[in-house]
Design a protein around this ligand. Structure first.
Ligand SMILES: Nc1nc2c(ncn2[C@@H]2O[C@H](COP(=O)(O)OP(=O)(O)OP(=O)(O)O)[C@@H](O)[C@H]2O)c(=O)[nH]1
Ligand SMILES: [Mg+2]
Length: 511
């Protein structure tokens, strides 16, 4: 029972170094309430406590074959999630930190069976059991990324109509729903084929993540397979694939805001191949040979995958097929360009150039900025939502839990949680706000940095202090005059947030 993640540990493990102050406060609340609730609610509380002690859980969700598993591999830096075909792509897999690499097959009956990785170190594409009896997979890896994030690979959604949402809900049976429901944040994977119906997609994804509300605090999206976008279809791209992808991603971000913080273009395949060690010096050699070919032949070959593998040339067809599988045409084209710009480029530098071309670094820093930096608040808010839901059925429990939560949220250091709640109400359209005010709430609640919260990055301290005080006053009057009752509740939260920022800035000597 010495599982490093504390999955089998007791609730007291929440005091581990992983928990931030907000998570720790909620964990204490859960612990205090536990003896005052019935056994079913108490069991739920224990699960909440375990989640609070574990790293932030990020679900990777998206349509079928959008490249979710490929991205998971890129993020973990190892080809471990099955990509393409095989029954395991229909299962939820949780990748988490473990001292010993192993896979556990969790049955719908809750049973657990250890499974070895296959010869390539991957999760076998097919299991030796009736897939109907399997709830989900748990993969434990000794991997630094997973010390701070648990990554949940989810099965792809088919189409986007209401029927398919229902099917997804059915596809995820109770245990696997629980596995996904642990998700506190979501990375949505789009491709360029998803456009007008983006909002519909998000609804479907919410089903895939077992109903947890997504918003700018806990959801980001990527436009994957950026390499397959025909640039001539995007005005302003000047024939450049990456520029076309950035334009499309920017448009999607406008459509999807505020349900996601941002949409970033990425080439998951390039990221996976270069980060997982799949890209070898033999591949670099083959690319050098391709760069030596005469321009006309190469241009022709790069027109289609078919031409690339069948064209007569001295690089063996099998080698070309391998390059195609690892880099696709765009990656090969980029590699050749890098070699032509610098003929002596080493295999390592070439790998780095391709990694840069994949856009993975930007996705990583977004994950850091949006999720990891705010993991404490995200986890604590998710836990409070779970605790509230668990106690909702019994009036006495509900009152006790609500009272305790009110008391917690009344403390200045926990106000961030109220702000997150207000933000969720607005992004879920549960409270209607004029657009400029909604923007302001998103800004104040959507960042952990005071200058960003105030929208005054780079401004001198005295300006920040004055502005915080001015906005605090404004929101207080708005709360009392002119706001609907629902708006007024949000306005009080925002007023207090500005007031606390003002106090903090003054305390820091800002005037
Ligand atoms: N060209 C290109 N192909 C990609 C990219 N990302 C993934 N692919 C390919 O797309 C196919 C599907 O990728 P997966 O990662 O299995 O997609 P998935 O969303 O996990 O699929 P399911 O789990 O079956 O829904 C694979 O053949 C990948 O190699 C990319 O950025 N560019
Ligand atoms: Mg997959």
């Amino acid at each position: 029972m010495s599982d490093p993640l504390g999955r089998h540990g007791t609730i007291s493990r929440v005091t581990s170094s992983l928990a931030g102050p907000l998570s720790a406060a909620v964990a204490r609340l859960v612990q205090t309430l536990r003896p005052q609730v019935g056994p079913a609610t108490a069991a739920g509380f224990d699960e909440v406590g375990r989640r609070l002690a574990a790293p932030l859980q990020v679900a990777v969700a998206g349509r079928i074959k959008s490249g979710k598993s490929t991205l998971v591999n890129a993020l973990i830096g190892r080809r471990v999630a099955p990509v393409g075909v095989g029954e395991c792509t229909r299962l939820v897999t949780r990748f988490q930190y473990g001292a010993v690499d192993r896979i556990e097959v969790v049955g719908v009956d809750g049973s657990r069976r250890v499974l070895p990785f296959d010869a390539d170190g991957m999760i076998p594409a097919d299991l030796d059991v009736d897939i109907e009896t399997v709830s989900h997979l748990e993969a434990y890896l000794t991997n630094d990324v997973l010390r701070e994030l648990t990554v949940i690979d989810t099965p792809g959604l088919g189409s986007l109509d209401a029927d398919s949402v229902a099917r997804t809900e059915k596809l995820l049976d109770q245990v696997s729903q629980d596995a996904v429901a642990g998700a506190e944040a979501v990375l949505y994977v789009f491709t360029q084929t998803v456009r007008a119906d983006d909002q519909e997609t998000l609804r479907a994804f919410t089903a895939a993540t077992a109903g947890r509300d997504a918003g700018p605090v806990n959801a980001i999206a990527v436009l994957n397979k950026a390499d397959t976008i025909p640039p001539e279809s995007v005005a302003g791209s000047h024939g450049d694939v990456w520029r076309a992808a950035a334009i499309l991603a920017g448009r999607q971000a406008v459509t999807l805001r505020p349900r996601v913080a941002d949409v970033l273009p990425v080439i998951g395949l390039l990221a996976e191949s270069t980060e997982s060690g799949a890209f070898t010096s033999a591949d670099a050699d083959a690319l050098h040979a391709l760069a030596e070919l005469d321009e006309a032949s190469r241009q022709t070959m790069l027109m289609s995958a078919d031409l690339f593998t069948t064209w007569e040339c001295e690089v063996p067809a099998a080698t070309r097929a391998r390059l195609l599988a690892k880099l696709d045409l765009y990656g090969i084209d980029r590699a050749v360009a890098a070699i032509q710009a610098e003929p002596g480029i080493t295999a390592g530098a070439l790998r780095r150039a391709l990694l840069d071309a994949s856009g993975l670094d930007a996705v990583r820093s977004k994950l850091d900025g949006v999720f990891r930096a705010r993991a404490d608040g995200i986890k604590a808010a998710a836990a409070l939502a779970s605790v509230t839901a668990l106690a909702a059925g019994d009036p006495a429990e509900r009152k006790r839990v609500n009272d305790a939560i009110e008391q917690l949220l009344g403390r200045p250091e926990a106000h961030q949680l109220r702000l997150l709640e207000a933000l969720t109400l607005i992004t879920a359209n549960a409270v209607a706000m004029p657009e400029d005010l909604a923007e302001e709430v998103l800004r104040v609640g959507g960042s952990g940095s005071v200058p960003e919260q105030l929208g005054l990055v780079g401004r001198p301290p005295h300006e920040l202090v004055a502005y915080a005080l001015e906005r605090a006053g404004w929101w207080r009057s708005f709360a009392s005059f002119g706001a609907t009752p629902a708006q007024s509740r949000v306005a009080h939260v925002v007023h207090r947030a500005y007031f606390l920022i003002w106090q903090q800035l003054r305390g820091a000597g800002g005037g």
